[in-house]
Design a protein around this ligand. Sequence first.
Ligand SMILES: [Zn+2]
Ligand SMILES: [Zn+2]
Length: 343
Amino acid sequence: MRAVKIFAQDDLRVVDMQKPTAGPGEVLVQVKSVGVCASDVHYYAEGRIGDAVVTEPLVIGHEFAGVIAEVGPGVTNVKPGDRVAVEPGIHCGTCDMCEEGYLNLCRNMRFCGTPPFDGSMREFMAWPSHLVEKVPDSMTMDEAAMLEPLAVGVYAVEIAGDISGKTVCVLGAGAIGLSMMQAAKAAGCAQAFVTDKFPFRLDLAKKLGADQTFDASDPDLVAKVKQATGGRGPDIVFEASGENEAVCQAGEMVRPAGTVVIGGIPSDDLMSMPASTVRRKQVRIQMLRRSNKALRKSIELVADGKIDVASFVTHRFGIEQAEEAFITTRDHKDVSIRVVVEM
Ligand SMILES: [Zn+2]
Ligand SMILES: [Zn+2]
């Protein structure tokens, strides 16, 4: 079978690989659609995210959906032919973090497409059956692959605290930012604002329900967002751009005693904001790590028509053109939101 591997920084190859089989408690998923995440692009463009470094060829990819091809001994929740979305992290279930319910912070996490664990950009993948969820027939495989970034947005809203009736601002209108915005609306926020540098993304944010959008490169951005809240500042700001400038904007615009949720991944692995600004306002800063038990809820939100993830997919490439998919994402070529690789 074919697989997309990152060998080192700027070295991506489509290679042959042995087809796996489903062991006890596992399913063999025939992968259909894989989203290219900004985090995948960090491994391609920089060869690392912080201290996670590509030292051995790594099958990349973690946003994926497919069809069950085989089930191993003991599997009862799915059968061959079922269309599934996949939880990309294998948690141990026994460490202190798992016991506290933080499956996303498992100390023994094996996360798909993160060194040294191979990811999903390949034709077949063996995976624990309890980490796959059936999706309705009405859902396309591209939509099902987008449930992974959506789950991150759903979880971000969960850890932001009580959001109903609140004013929210999301910085960055990529798939994660648009997931946060839609999840915040679905959870009953009063108003959701979105900022981005690309007009195309702001248009999509509006289409998906943003109440107001702002050009992130406007030097008066913070003042304009504050003005839109009657001078008070948004109650909750979600950072989803990975730009330190946006981290600073978040701290500046949030209201006193407000919350900033930081989900972006900075390229230089550093993050800073003026201490006086956030200290004087006693801002609550909440970091976000992937998602936790949010896949089923994400499926329901899409199936019920409350959230649109189909619009995230702006570009499609075949597996042999995988590098083009990464370059398109890296360079924001043709103003992409999510690029998918179809197997
Ligand atoms: Zn991702
Ligand atoms: Zn664990």
